[in-house]
Design a protein around this ligand. Structure first.
Ligand SMILES: [Zn+2]
Length: 481
């Protein structure tokens, strides 16, 4: 140890000037780097480079009018009606007019058909049935029926966005098809969301196609949604986004904690359907936080966190909760971007429970534990996301970052979309440590651009914009030529 490093050698006469200098340095450092944030966060907050700061997309007049039409009383009536069928278990009676999943199926079909009647022929409703042979949680061959309303897009009918809730329910024993299983939160709440959106969108003209599906067989193993996804794939549909609304009925946890202005959106990182070649690329240059589902989740935050919804979208970076799953997984398996909306906290006394009172505590998934204003706000978030997706251009395809030569700038290429109102494209970028796109570079109606910024140091994306300013979700480029 050198003499000057010993504490005994510290100057004993500190002047006022040295004190002030040290203080000024400390103050400057505090301004540049907030004490609560590390250096990486400070760098991510204000990256230097081209473009303007990314901003949310505000709802336009048409969307605000659509959201104002969402009716809390109808949502409450739907949840209460579905709970009143006693049980909607997938293995329950299908031919009883009052009790069981068949009665629920017929009621949903009649409601949606009524909405479609006001659509000028744009919305059609079908009972999409198939026979599920014996399988896990399906002891005997069972007819499973999805109730599907489709609002056909007038500009790009093959581009499809899907919203689901599952109308089947369960009691404590997943094979119990007889006991009461009101399933108000799980998942009459999600069915009420898609039905109310079908109603308010039926009378409007959409550029892309919207599918509103009440699916069955979820509690037995996602059977209905798997069939719906396979039917869409077989029809050649270009599904560019899907949302499962599953348990969106309450914002109150079992300890009474309330968070009535937040909804969780679960979105996977590494794609469920990733190929070995795609995995190899990801391992080489990153992208585990840039799956199509993550871009979809960022889009939802961008268009649905605002005064029109009154909600915060809490994106969760995982496919679903521990030990749980929902119908978005059926769409992820087909390689499509998808996410799951669910309430911010859960009360497990009111899920998958026989209706009973134990020690003065009411168990069971009853409508009295639902918050209908909360479900209505979740419907607003879904409505803002779906309508914004369907009126914007599709997500750019064939987006590549050119890697034929070693360079310190970045050339991006993509295919031009075929939307009639396409205005052009924006390149977005962010620090690799940032979760959200940070800066936006409008590049015009081109299909190639070179940015003076190294592809090695930041993440890039490309999105399309129409003449009214509606933006698509971001496409993350693959290395290419
Ligand atoms: Zn559920």
């Amino acid at each position: 140890m050198g003499a000057h490093e010993s504490t005994g050698d510290r100057p004993t006469r500190s002047t006022r000037r040295t004190f002030l200098s040290a203080s000024a340095v400390a103050t400057a450092a505090t301004v540049a780097v907030p004490l609560t944030a590390g250096p990486a966060a400070a760098q991510a907050a204000r990256p230097a480079g081209p473009g303007h700061p990314a901003r949310p997309q505000a709802p336009d007049r048409e969307l605000r009018a659509l959201l104002r039409a969402v009716d809390r009383d109808r949502i409450e009536a739907t949840v209460r009606r579905l709970a009143a069928f006693g049980t909607r278990h997938t293995l329950s009676r299908q031919d009883d007019p009052n009790r069981g999943i068949g009665a629920a199926r017929d009621w949903i079909f009649a409601q949606l058909s009524g909405y479609a009647a006001a659509s000028g022929g744009r919305m059609t409703v079908e009972l999409q049935s198939f026979v599920q042979e014996p399988a896990p949680r399906i002891p005997v061959a069972t007819r499973i029926t999805n109730v599907v309303a489709t609002l056909r897009g007038e500009q790009n009918p093959n581009r499809v966005y899907v919203v689901t809730g599952h109308y089947d329910s369960r009691a404590t024993d997943v094979m119990d098809a007889v006991s009461d299983a009101p399933g108000a939160d799980d998942d009459a709440s999600g069915v009420a969301v898609l039905m109310e959106l079908a109603r308010v969108m039926a009378t409007r003209r959409s550029e892309a196609t919207l599918v509103f599906a009440a699916v069955a067989g979820e509690e037995q193993g996602l059977y209905g949604s798997a069939y719906l996804a396979k039917q869409l794939k077989a029809a050649g549909a270009d599904v560019q986004g899907m949302f499962s609304n599953d348990i969106v009925g309450s914002s109150t946890a079992d300890d009474g904690t309330r968070d009535p202005r937040a909804v969780r959106l679960f979105a996977e990182g590494v794609p469920t359907a990733e190929t070995p070649a795609e995995a190899s690329t990801r391992q080489s240059v990153g992208g585990e936080n840039d799956s199509p589902s993550r871009q979809l989740a960022r889009f939802v935050s961008d268009v649905a966190e605002n005064a029109a919804t009154g909600m915060r979208v809490r994106v969760i970076y995982r496919r679903d909760r521990y030990l749980r799953g929902s119908d978005h997984i059926s769409f992820l398996r087909e390689g499509w971007p998808a996410g799951r909306f669910t309430e911010p906290h859960e009360d497990f006394a009111h899920q998958h429970q026989d209706v009973r009172v134990v020690d003065g505590v009411q168990y069971g998934d009853l409508p009295e534990f639902c918050d209908f204003r909360y479900i209505t706000r979740v419907a607003l978030v879904n409505g803002a996301a779906l309508w914004s997706l369907a009126q914007a251009p599709g997500t750019p395809k064939g987006v590549a970052v050119v890697t034929t030569n070693l360079t310190n700038d970045t050339t991006l290429r993509w295919q031009r979309g075929d939307e009639a109102d396409l205005a052009g494209y924006e390149v977005v970028w962010r620090e690799t440590t940032a979760a959200e796109w940070q800066r936006v570079i409008p590049v015009g109606n081109v299909t190639e651009v070179t940015i003076d910024l190294s592809k090695d140091n930041v993440f890039f994306g490309v999105r399309a914009v129409d003449t009214e300013g509606h933006r698509s979700p971001v496409a993350f480029p693959r290395p290419g030529s």
